[in-house]
Structure formats: structure tokens, C-alpha cells
Design a protein around this ligand. Sequence first.
Ligand code: GDP
Ligand code: MG
Length: 162
Amino acid sequence: MLPVIALVGRPNVGKSTLFNRLTRSRDALVADLPGLTRDRKYGQGQHDECSYIVIDTGGITGDEAGIDKAMAQQSLYAIEEADVVLFIVDGRSGLNQADELIADHLRRSNKPFRLVVNKTDGIDENVAMADFYGLGVGQPLPIAASHGRGVSQLMELVLEPF
Ligand code: GDP
Ligand code: MG
């Protein structure tokens, strides 16, 4: 059985961009419109010798009704299915109330997860991460999904137990 990694976070933080990079596909719709990917999407990736399954999700806004509710439900399913969760936040927009809700959920889920600060390209990594220590969920890992910065180090760390 391949390890299953779920990408979870509020809309527009770069989950689909990371999914595409990990699976090298253009399949997960990436757009400037928040919340475009509405269902869970599965792909396969590989790091060194280790293959894994990655799940892209629509996102959790913390203000769920209608389609947002469905998206949040998909994210909760993805967390259940995963061996490890990558909790993605946006290093450019700073800490958000939805991030707090997701952190609470993950803490209660008993699922291993890592906090990943995306969009650190062209900005000071340490400044981008500073806000997110406040979530109290451990050391944030900086990446830039669209450029690939930090992604291989992230996968090294995440796949280490498998
Ligand atoms: P999702 O809603 O979480 O799946 O987010 P997307 O992957 O669709 O990305 C949302 C927006 O953020 C798009 O305009 C992406 O091009 C942009 N984006 C994603 N990753 C990065 C990154 O590492 N740096 C920057 N500057 N923008 C990014
Ligand atoms: Mg998406």
C-alpha cells in the first residue's frame, strides 16, 4: 500500500498547484478563482524511490454553506483517508480564521500532519512563517509550489516514516 498524503487548507492557498507539481500533471484545475476544485482528486507521485498517493481537495473556508459545505466535507473525507496531511496556508495573506478552524480539526483528528507555508517566493521566508507559529501546530515548512522551492525537502521529511 502506498502512503496517502492529503492536501488540506482553505481555498486559494495553492493546494492544486502543489498537487500538479507532485503528480506532474495539469489535471487539477488551477485558477485564480478560489475554490474551483470541488471534489477530491487523486494522483500518484514519486520522491526518490518512494511512490505515494496524493489527494487534492477543494478547501475549507470556515463559513460553510452550499457548495462550500460539500467542499469541506470532501476535505474531511480526505483527512480520514490519508496517512499524513499537509495543512497548506498562504504565506502572503497571513493567518486566517479558517486556518485556525482547520488546525483545530486536525488536532482533534489524531492524524499526523505538517504545516506548510506556501507562496514564499520573492518574500522573506521567516517573515512569512512568523504568523503561523501562532497556530501552535509545530514548525511551519516553507515552500513555493509554483516554483518548486522547498517541495523536495518537504517530501523528504513527510515520506521519511514510510
Ligand atoms: P487552491 O485553491 O488551494 O487549489 O489554490 P491554487 O493551486 O488554485 O492556487 C491559487 C492561486 O495561487 C493561483 O493563482 C496560483 O497560481 C497561486 N499560487 C499557487 N502557488 C503559488 C506559489 O508558490 N507562489 C505564488 N506566488 N503563487 C502561487
Ligand atoms: Mg484547488
